[in-house]
Design a protein around this ligand. Structure first.
Ligand SMILES: Nc1ncnc2c1ncn2[C@@H]1O[C@H](COP(=O)(O)OP(=O)(O)OP(=O)(O)O)[C@@H](O)[C@H]1O
Length: 263
């Protein structure tokens, strides 16, 4: 079942605004896939014109093909999907749920949300995560920093100030996701990192000279969106009318260390 956009989330796509992937309404073109539909999107990398249903199907097919080619999952795997309530993890949960049924992957999908304890940010995004879990019929488990570490991020910021707080948050979130996935008996942890996130991470690790960082994982982690552009994910959520939370973190400490929480 599809859900309406979250009324509390400012939409990334404002009414009347188009992303650079969308076709201008003044230049109507036929869909290159079904031919009968009117193109809504110029899909990268070649700018293929696609109508909305064909765009949704193309994104799903690409993620499905990548997942199968890279053997990201085995039949029967318990897959914990890191669910922040943002566009990437919301789209990931929806696409994995769709593909699991369509391609008979026989996965047991469960959603795992980490509540960092950032008032006005994570509490609202958890509402969107709860709505997505209900609409997809998937179980959602929420673990908080307060329960795991005895501190919420708001308390950390009150004690140490904003400078450096993203470093605590990023390290704790990675560990909390692993602990939560182990608690759920998961075989794999799937996150919604997209192609833009991957490029940022590789650059950061190169600049820090920390090439081994990506390999240090105890639980297998997969990123089915690693070749999917952020803008495509935004459009996917928009056209499928998924509920997601679009506000940036309210407690950032600067661009360089804010990137630490993205990995
Ligand atoms: N609090 C959280 N609980 C569970 N998973 C999380 C959480 N924060 C991030 N993740 C996972 O890590 C991925 C990348 O997180 P990042 O902070 O880069 O957010 P993002 O790129 O805006 O993704 P999203 O749109 O899903 O929030 C998310 O897609 C999600 O799978």
């Amino acid at each position: 079942m599809l859900s309406a956009p979250c009324p509390r989330s400012p939409p990334i796509l404002l009414p009347g605004k188009r992303t650079s992937f969308e076709c201008s309404p003044t230049m109507p073109r036929g869909c290159a896939s079904c031919v009968t539909g009117r193109a809504a999107v110029r899909r990268p990398p070649r700018g293929t014109p696609l109508c909305r249903p064909c765009f949704l199907a193309a994104v799903e097919a690409d993620v499905g093909d990548l997942t199968e080619a890279a053997a990201l999952f085995r039949p029967g795997d318990v897959v914990a999907v890191g669910m922040s309530g943002g566009k990437d993890s919301t789209a990931l949960a929806a696409i994995l749920s769709t593909l699991n049924a369509r391609r008979q992957w026989r996965l047991r999908l469960c959603l795992l949300a980490i509540d960092e304890g950032i008032a006005g940010y994570r509490d609202d995004s958890l509402e969107a995560a709860t709505a997505t879990a209900a609409s997809l019929g998937l179980p959602l488990t929420v673990l908080s920093y307060k329960d795991l570490y005895g501190w919420s991020m708001d308390e950390v910021v009150a004690r140490v100030g904003r400078v450096g707080n993203c470093t605590y948050c990023g390290v704790w979130r990675r560990q909390a996701l692993e602990r939560g996935a182990a608690f759920l008996g998961a075989d794999v942890l799937a996150t919604g990192h997209n192609a833009d996130d991957m490029a940022e991470t590789v650059l950061m690790n190169l600049l820090r000279g920390d090439i081994g960082r990506l390999r240090r994982r105890s639980l297998p982690r997969v990123k089915p969106f690693k070749y999917t552009y952020e803008k495509e994910i935004v459009l996917y959520c928009h056209y499928r009318r998924l509920t997601y939370f679009a506000t940036e973190c309210v407690a950032p400490c600067g661009p360089a260390s804010a990137l630490l929480c993205k990995q």
